[in-house]
Design a protein around this ligand. Sequence first.
Ligand code: GLY
Length: 363
Amino acid sequence: MLSRIVSGDNPVYSDSEGVVGLFEVLKVLPTYSSLHVLVDSNTAANCLPVLERSGVLKNASIHVVEAGEGSKSLASSAHLIDRLSQSGADRSALLLNLGGGMVCDLGGFVASIFMRGIRHINIPTSLMAMVDAAIGGKTAVNHSGIKNLVGAFHMPEAVFISSVFLKTLAYRELRSGFAEVIKHALIGAGPQLSELGHPIEAVSSSWDEIIAASVRFKSSVVASDPTDRSFRRILNFGHTIGHVVESISLENGGLPLSHGESVALGMMVETVLSHRLNGLDEESMLNILGLLRRHYPDLALPPMSEEWIRLLQGDKKSDSGTFRFVLLSEIGRPEIEQKVDIRQIMGAVEALSVLERRVSSHP
Ligand code: GLY
């Protein structure tokens, strides 16, 4: 059944039964001259057939890019622009982005610049994209080794979420997106924290409600600060340290941590900082650490090194030896622009390893 979980100019729809609801979503849009679908090599194989079987893509042109972060580039953007042009897209064309964060970011970016902007609909297929990347109009590609260096704010005409796509995901991908769900519960009125303590396999029976709560929360934050000038930055909780951890794991070779896994580790450190510097009470800190460790028992922070400092300094939230963090003063009460220095970060990382022993004996 199709339900509209967020109303307004950029509605978000959820279809718990499949994808036929997309017919209704397309029906209420002002007419479009041609329909285009961006997929990557994974969603071409696993998700596109679901839409094709439903018949909703009649006469659509399909554009495929290689799966992976490497496709989030200006070169892929140029390729997609050529493909759109060759297949007759004009200013009234509609682009459907069927995929995870990379597809939504790349497709949204191309939609923002093709003929000065065309409409797009995000159809996220990963949990991460459903609760974060597809929502809020941030579009970008990477360039010169810098993530999201080139981009634009370009709101999707609509977002269509179907939890059937989650069935195509490996457990590791699910728990990566789950970190953003936990983040929403920690920084505001997202899903109830108490609902998120069960194993992810058990939580998955209520995906539709959890996703809806998470999406409503993120949409409300975006509505109050669409261009990320202030309040929207609460969404960066866990991301300052998460970015350091993710970058180090990518540089180290081997199997890198996913974005969500890195954010989970980042939230652990930033929770300890919130307790030490921002009044978060000890009980709440231990509860948060316990919840995160239940879902991410195997993850380890990389050892403190010069690299941490270099990466923190490269972070745009830094100025003269202090770094700007989002810290909690209570669960559900984040504060942006909290100044933290490197000694305090090192102290929190050390304290975390001691606290972990208490967390494992905490009920
Ligand atoms: N992913 C954070 C934001 O959309 O602002």
